[in-house]
Design a protein around this ligand. Structure first.
Ligand SMILES: Nc1ncnc2c1ncn2[C@@H]1O[C@H](COP(=O)(O)OP(=O)(O)OP(=O)(O)O)[C@@H](O)[C@H]1O
Ligand SMILES: [Mg+2]
Length: 473
């Protein structure tokens, strides 16, 4: 009883707010009357609507739309039995709050409910609140669970219009209660993520399965939208889950799987290729002294091709089974200076200038100098290949916070955004003679050194690889 009184007091207060609408408008304030009454009606947790003195429905809340299929502009009397119409008309005449049990009549169903009649103070408008008699307290509990669920929930009708959405969904998709939105049109604005291992179902209105899902990227998070068809007659439910962490994990696992396959492949064929290669190399050396001048060119080609096969095999094996790395105290300034010196002749051939800048003469870390050299060679080689005619490469090392930061920067062709996440895929290459193993091997080496790699690239402007390596303890 106490609860009902308190509720009645609140509604009276709301109705007073509603009556203050006109004076505000007189003041010239731009208040949208329908919007204002919607806000008030939506504060009422039961089905509530606003009528004028002729019983014409002016506005109603979300609950009414959902449960009673109300329509504005129609007389409320259409939905009532004659004796209830009489009662309502007399309430309007007396302009006094009242309550009674009535029956709401719809085309395919009737609802027994209590109708609370509240006149809006100083207005010829009335609030009617309908409470389903057969509705137990669990409905209120379910409503709260729906609204406050930790995942997004949306009820949509057959056309895809959002009938009801909870706080999570409202916040994510900037939905506002009372504003009609079509979910399919809304989701068109966002990017759909394909090729996520483990998520391959389609989220489409015409899909026939009972449950379909899709992953959509919204503000750099991945959300799984799952549609449960016909959760209740004419309505589908959409559940939205933030699966950013899962996607990240799945991608990592998938990448590891690829590496494993490459590894097994490498281990399997390494012997098969290396043995005949050793014989080939031996025979070719035997032939060399007897070669005529015009044959020497072919000899060079055969030799360099054999070397290339050897390099590919070595890199292949590196992915499969890293060599026993020798970790020791090393000076990155030294390692980088040596690498830059080594790459200078190649750079001159490309008409590229390499600049090296070390903040200090010593940047000490714990690592394998030869393996790290291999990383820096790969990065400088890529930079050179990104600038076929002229350019500059900046190599630098400095200490920042708790790590050494190494940067290899070029002003070459840059990498298109959609290709950036392919860089650590073995065999991803855009070059005629590339193997696409340079970066995966380099990233693996950095990973073994507990380091990090960041890539910043702008198409036609250049690329910077930033490597972080731990300081020597
Ligand atoms: N500095 C860069 N500028 C522009 N594109 C780059 C750069 N570094 C890497 N890439 C792109 O990344 C791809 C993969 O590089 P990665 O070093 O793994 O293989 P690759 O250079 O193609 O072949 P390999 O290194 O085995 O000779 C390259 O083909 C290129 O498209
Ligand atoms: Mg390369």
């Amino acid at each position: 009883m106490k609860f009902i009184l308190a509720k009645r007091r609140d509604i009276n207060m709301l109705s007073r707010h509603l009556s203050q609408l006109e004076p505000f408008q007189d003041c010239g304030e731009q208040i949208d009357q329908a919007k204002f009454s919607s806000r008030i009606l939506n504060h009422i947790s039961e089905c509530a609507l606003l009528t004028d003195q002729n019983g014409i429905i002016l506005n109603f809340n979300e609950q009414s739309k959902q449960y009673f299929e109300m329509r504005a502009g129609i007389k409320i009397y259409t939905y009532l039995k004659p004796e209830h119409v009489e009662w309502l008309k007399s309430c309007m005449m007396n302009n006094k709050a009242d309550e009674r049990e009535i029956q709401l009549l719809f085309v395919d169903s009737d609802h027994e409910c209590t109708c609370e009649f509240i006149p809006v103070t100083g207005e010829e408008r009335f609030i009617l609140i309908f409470k389903d008699i057969n509705k137990g307290p669990e409905d209120e509990i379910f409503t709260t669970i729906f609204d406050k669920a930790i995942h997004g929930l949306m009820l949509i009708n057959a056309n895809g219009s959002v009938v009801r959405s909870n706080l999570f969904a409202n916040k994510l998709l900037n939905l506002q209660n009372g504003r009609k939105v079509n979910i399919y049109r809304l989701l068109d604005e966002y990017e759909t993520e394909k090729n996520i291992p483990g998520f391959d179902q389609q989220f489409a209105p015409q899909a026939t399965e009972n449950i379909v899902s899709d992953v959509i990227k919204i503000r750099s998070h991945y959300f799984e939208f799952t549609k449960v068809n016909e959760i209740s007659q004419g309505y589908d439910l959409i559940v939205i889950r933030d699966i950013s962490e899962v996607v990240e994990y799945m991608r990592r696992v998938d990448h590891q799987d690829t590496l494993k396959v490459v590894g097994q492949l490498a281990a399997g064929i390494a012997h098969e290729i290396r043995n005949p290669m050793t014989s080939l190399k031996g025979f070719i050396q035997l032939l060399e002294p007897n070669l005529k001048d015009h044959q020497k060119m072919y000899f060079e080609v055969i030799n360099s091709e054999l070397k290339r096969i050897e390099t590919i095999m070595t890199e292949f094996l590196m992915l499969a089974k890293p060599k026993n790395t020798v970790f020791e105290k090393i000076n990155l300034t030294r390692v980088l200076a040596d690498t830059v010196d080594m790459m200078k002749p190649q750079a001159i051939l490309h008409d590229v200038d390499i600049k090296f800048n070390a903040r200090q003469s010593e940047h000490l870390t714990f690592g394998d100098a030869n393996r790290l050299k291999q990383v820096f060679i790969n990065l400088i080689k890529n930079a050179l290949e990104a600038m076929p005619d002229k350019g500059e490469i900046f190599v630098s090392v400095e200490t920042s916070g708790n790590q050494h930061l190494i940067s290899v920067k070029d002003n070459g062709c840059g990498i298109p955004e959609e290709k950036l996440n392919k860089l650590n895929e073995p065999f991803f290459t855009t070059k005629v003679n590339g193997t696409g193993l340079g970066l995966p091997v380099s990233l693996k080496i950095i990973e073994e050194h507990q380091g990090t790699v960041n890539v910043i690239s702008r198409l036609y402007e250049g690329t910077e690889f930033k490597i972080g390596l731990p300081l020597m303890e």
